[in-house]
Design a protein around this ligand. Structure first.
Ligand code: TYD
Length: 342
């Protein structure tokens, strides 16, 4: 297999590349990544230096680059992790989300078609379904996204659907739940809070912290995408999630406990997502499980291991949180009114 993995200098993509190298040592892997604010070459530097992967810097929405990389690498399969992923950033500025998450997917679909590739896996999110108060979403639930981010991901998913219908594109879509683990950019709930608590800073919980998310370890997510790549059926969508629903305040309580901090480190703030804040995500995953996949990392153990990883790898995240653009986002989103410690 000659595999092009896009966005693999990021969180789930880099976990996926490590898993792919483990599962198929003969795979010829090329990574295409734009190294935007959330992508770091240091995340995969060891793999590049050891010659286990090839690396090209570029954007998926740039069709000249994609075309050249697919041709020169002689790609047979593409897995697309490249995306703008943070809901909060999409509330500040959503243009870049459309470029990566909609146009970028169309460019990859076009390359799949033009070069006669065997498979395109598009990695998406359960957030395209919107919020569900009771029960679970299945792959056939309607798409009702509530933020510019989730709407852009739904746009990419629908582009895949259209290429399957119009051109019999050999494509599948995976829709993952909330994911945590090593190398996650410290703007999402878990790494944001871990890094702040390590630094003895307060953490901002939106509203009363009663929203429910289904958390899954990155290695389980990566294994789900690997299963869809190898065993999925063209044109199908596969939910990837662990049946592990937690209220945000419950996750925060575990983080405080593990990091030896008390409740005085929590600041409940007026919900900055307002009407766009999905109350609960939950989905059935029996379709992917029927292909032989199941998640294996228990949440508490995975979270403890993740905290240890951030403690041991300060050299990875410290330069990020010290960056002026990172601090500017925190100020722009959370606002100066929250005080010096935010
Ligand atoms: P996040 O990690 O951004 O993922 P998503 O929006 O894709 O679910 O947020 C997870 C939950 O945590 C969500 O309900 C919003 C909440 N949250 C906070 O309460 N405070 C924060 O600073 C962040 C980033 C998220």
């Amino acid at each position: 297999m000659r595999l092009l993995v896009t966005g693999a200098a990021g969180f789930i993509g880099s976990n996926f590349v490590r898993l792919a190298l483990e599962k198929d040592s003969a795979a010829e892997i090329c990574v295409l990544d734009a190294l935007t604010y959330a992508g770091h070459i240091s995340t995969i530097q060891d793999l590049i230096e050891s010659g286990r992967i090839q690396f090209v810097e570029g954007r998926i929405q740039d069709h000249t680059t994609v075309d050249r990389v697919v041709r020169e690498h002689r790609t047979t399969h593409i897995v697309n992790f490249a995306a703008e992923t943070h809901n909060d950033r999409s509330l500040l500025e959503s243009g870049g989300f459309i470029a990566s998450n909609v146009l970028g997917v169309q460019v990859l679909l076009e390359a799949t078609k033009k070069h006669g590739l065997e498979r395109f896996v598009h990695v998406s999110t359960d957030e395209v379904y919107g919020s569900i108060s009771e029960g679970e979403f299945s792959e056939s639930s309607p798409l009702e996204p509530n933020t510019p981010y989730s709407a852009s991901k739904a746009g990419g998913d629908l582009m895949v659907r259209a290429y399957v219908k119009a051109f019999r594109s050999p494509s599948v879509v995976t829709r993952g739940g909330n994911t945590y683990g090593p190398y996650q950019f410290p703007e999402k709930l878990i790494p944001f809070f871990i890094t702040r608590l390590i630094d003895s800073k307060k953490v901002p919980v939106y509203g009363e912290g009663n929203q429910v998310r289904e958390w899954m370890h990155a290695s389980d997510h990566a294994a789900g995408v690997w299963t869809a790549l190898l065993r999925g059926t063209d044109g199908e969508v596969y939910n990837v999630g662990d049946d592990n629903e937690r209220r945000n305040r419950e996750v925060v309580a575990i983080l405080l406990d593990e990091l030896g901090r008390d409740d005085s480190f929590v600041r409940f703030i007026p919900d900055p997502r307002k009407g766009a804040h999905d109350q609960r995500y939950s989905m059935t995953t029996s379709k992917l499980r029927s292909l032989g996949w199941s998640p294996s990392v228990p949440f508490e153990a995975g979270l403890r291991e993740t905290i240890r990883w951030y403690r041991d790898n300060e050299s990875w995240w410290r330069p990020i949180v010290d960056r002026p653009d990172y601090q500017e986002f925190i100020r722009a989103f959370y606002g100066p009114s929250l005080g010096e410690d935010l």
